[in-house]
Design a protein around this ligand. Structure first.
Ligand code: HEC
Ligand code: HEC
Ligand code: HEC
Ligand code: HEC
Ligand code: HEC
Ligand code: HEC
Ligand code: HEC
Length: 381
């Protein structure tokens, strides 16, 4: 749903048409399995699904990290860990069952068929039933969950069908996936969702997984390590585990704070990838790209602040007092006379006035990381 690249070129008409034909073929074969299925049945956690034995090239089984690191203790509950799960994951299936009775499901006559180890979306166009196999669920559900089906294009590259209906946490129900046309298409594929070509499909997976084996555009889905887990940020760790921690990733800790922010921004969007004319206080579209806003803030410019000044990437937000004021009083407190103090509030609601949640795409709000003094009109948004 939110492919971060606004500069996407549509694929060539030929490749696109061939891909369409492939999808149509698949959509008609009810019950056909598209792409390479995960061999293991879905388990509760995406992290547990990393099959290190099938992984060459220095990747460690992440279940070993907890033996030596407290960072692994509640990591499995983070948004990062759960941001990609197989569609057959029990929680994904539980939500999918709600589609049929949701308002949009009733209007568009969409429902889900659940079989042993497979899930299909079913939707009629001109009274002809079509079905698409769903393989993966994107998004942990903190904001939303969007399902996709994968399928090979004419050249074997992995394309992706993004389902037209997304589940939103704020309403507890389904609505149109952001970016999809209001009007349901009359074509069998279009009625189900939008088709993305190989490069775009690859980008979705790349930001939502830890290890992504791709060759010639073909993703070996059985070997994806889904979710943003330890080794996505810390690099492959087999040598580290075998040496009981004495081998260290030479790339880690090298670099300054801008590099530290860049590490997060590779997925959350670096400021230099935002067009300068789009960076202004009235553009709500940038609120979901935290590095863009943060880098405009006086706090960031005049201190050594990084993302981890306020976030512990090893804990779910709700386990780190994420809405407290401790973040701000690290610097703005009477005890630190090197920083200015609030002349207005200086009570517990720093965020509400200086860093409020801002409504973005219909049912989703993001915390505006452009920390600043706002006037009343701004705060009413
Ligand atoms: C047998 C124990 C052991 C296991 C298993 C282990 N580590 Fe470590 N790890 C260590 C020790 C010891 C250190 C060094 C601590 C220090 O220097 O303060 C360390 C340091 C680290 C560091 C910080 C320094 C660096 O190398 O970047 C990271 C990150 C890390 N481990 C990640 C992991 C991950 C991810 C896993 C699981 C794949 C893992 N570790 C498994 C023992 C272990
Ligand atoms: C490989 C891509 C990637 C990298 C690197 C990454 N993130 Fe994320 N981040 C995501 C995705 C995807 C989500 C959405 C998770 C979800 O589905 O709820 C997310 C969500 C978050 C959230 C919301 C957490 C929650 O539980 O709702 C925070 C906070 C966050 N990231 C901070 C960071 C920080 C800090 C760093 C750097 C240390 C970082 N991210 C690096 C991809 C990434
Ligand atoms: C450049 C990296 C990147 C790409 C490419 C990307 N995402 Fe994301 N996605 C993220 C990050 C980061 C978040 C977390 C946003 C936040 O909480 O601030 C996210 C969040 C989500 C969510 C949760 C809802 C939400 O808005 O928080 C869904 C669903 C999702 N992405 C699906 C997709 C799909 C499907 C694609 C491909 C069409 C895709 N993403 C491409 C980085 C990416
Ligand atoms: C989203 C990126 C991200 C993920 C995922 C992640 N870490 Fe970290 N980790 C970091 C960052 C950034 C730091 C540095 C913290 C800081 O700046 O204070 C860190 C620090 C550490 C350290 C301490 C290093 C030191 O020098 O003090 C260990 C150990 C560690 N992580 C282990 C893990 C383990 C184990 C997992 C998986 C359970 C994991 N990390 C998942 C980003 C991540
Ligand atoms: C000054 C403190 C602060 C800094 C620095 C900071 N954040 Fe946040 N961030 C917050 C707060 C507060 C929230 C809201 C927490 C909540 O809703 O529980 C938040 C929420 C988020 C979320 C969840 C989605 C949203 O927008 O509500 C993501 C993703 C995120 N931050 C990423 C980042 C990244 C990436 C960086 C570094 C570029 C960063 N943050 C730096 C304070 C900070
Ligand atoms: C790492 C230190 C640090 C943290 C943490 C921090 N700030 Fe700041 N902030 C600064 C610095 C430095 C300035 C520039 C003025 C100064 O030197 O005090 C500043 C300036 C400001 C300003 C004035 C902005 C302007 O444009 O004039 C506001 C408002 C502010 N901070 C609010 C906050 C809030 C709210 C939080 C918590 C969400 C926060 N800050 C967290 C360091 C920090
Ligand atoms: C009710 C809204 C509100 C709350 C709550 C609030 N502020 Fe402010 N803050 C403002 C306004 C308005 C200004 C600008 C007017 C002023 O400084 O008197 C401001 C100014 C500031 C400044 C810049 C001061 C200067 O001299 O330029 C800082 C720093 C700041 N706030 C930090 C904080 C912190 C930290 C908290 C929480 C402990 C907080 N604010 C709570 C509304 C608020």
């Amino acid at each position: 749903m939110d492919d971060r690249s606004d500069t996407d070129e549509p694929s060539s008409p030929l490749a696109r048409r061939e891909a369409m034909i492939a999808t149509l073929f698949v959509a008609m074969l009810l019950g056909a399995t598209v792409g390479v299925r995960r061999t293991a049945p879905a388990r509760q956690s995406a992290v547990a699904a990393v099959d290190a034995t099938a992984v060459p090239d220095g990747w460690a089984d992440e279940q070993t990290c907890i033996d030596c690191h407290e960072q692994a203790e509640d990591f499995r509950q983070t948004g990062h860990a759960n941001t990609l799960v197989p569609a057959t994951d029990p929680d994904s299936v539980r939500l999918l069952r709600l589609l049929k009775d949701s308002q949009i499901g009733e209007v568009e006559k969409a429902q889900i068929r659940i079989g042993d180890n497979e899930v299909h979306a079913v939707c009629a166009t001109n009274n002809v039933p079509g079905a698409a196999s769903l393989n993966w669920c994107f998004g942990s559900g903190t904001h939303a969950r969007t399902w996709v089906g994968t399928l090979p294009d004419a050249f074997g590259a992995t394309d992706l069908l993004e389902l037209r209906w997304t589940w939103f946490q704020s309403t507890g129900s389904f609505d149109l996936t952001p970016g999809h046309p209001q009007q349901k298409s009359q074509s069998a594929v279009g009625a189900m969702g939008l088709l993305f070509d190989g490069p775009r499909a690859w980008r979705c997976f790349a930001c939502h997984s830890t290890r992504l084996p791709v060759s010639d555009g073909h993703i070996t889905e059985s070997h994806i390590a889904p979710g943003v887990t330890c080794q996505r940020c810390h690099g492959p760790r087999q040598q580290h585990v075998e040496s009981e921690g004495s081998w260290h990733d030479p790339a880690w800790n090298a670099g300054d704070r801008i590099d530290a922010v860049r590490r997060c921004a590779q997925c959350h969007r670096p400021p230099e990838e935002q067009k300068p004319e789009e960076i202004h206080e009235n553009n709500v579209d940038i609120v979901r790209f935290q590095p863009v806003g943060l880098s405009q803030s006086a706090c960031f410019k005049a201190s050594q602040m990084t993302c981890t000044t306020c976030h512990n990437p090893h804990k779910p937000l709700e386990h780190q007092d994420s809405k407290g004021i401790w973040q701000c009083v690290q610097c703005h407190s009477p005890e630190h006379n090197d920083h200015i103090l609030c002349g207005a509030g200086m009570n517990d609601n720093c965020l509400q006035c200086h860093m409020p949640p801002v409504q973005h795409d219909a049912p989703v709000a993001f915390t505006d990381h452009w920390i600043r003094i706002r006037n009343q009109t701004e705060l009413q948004r």
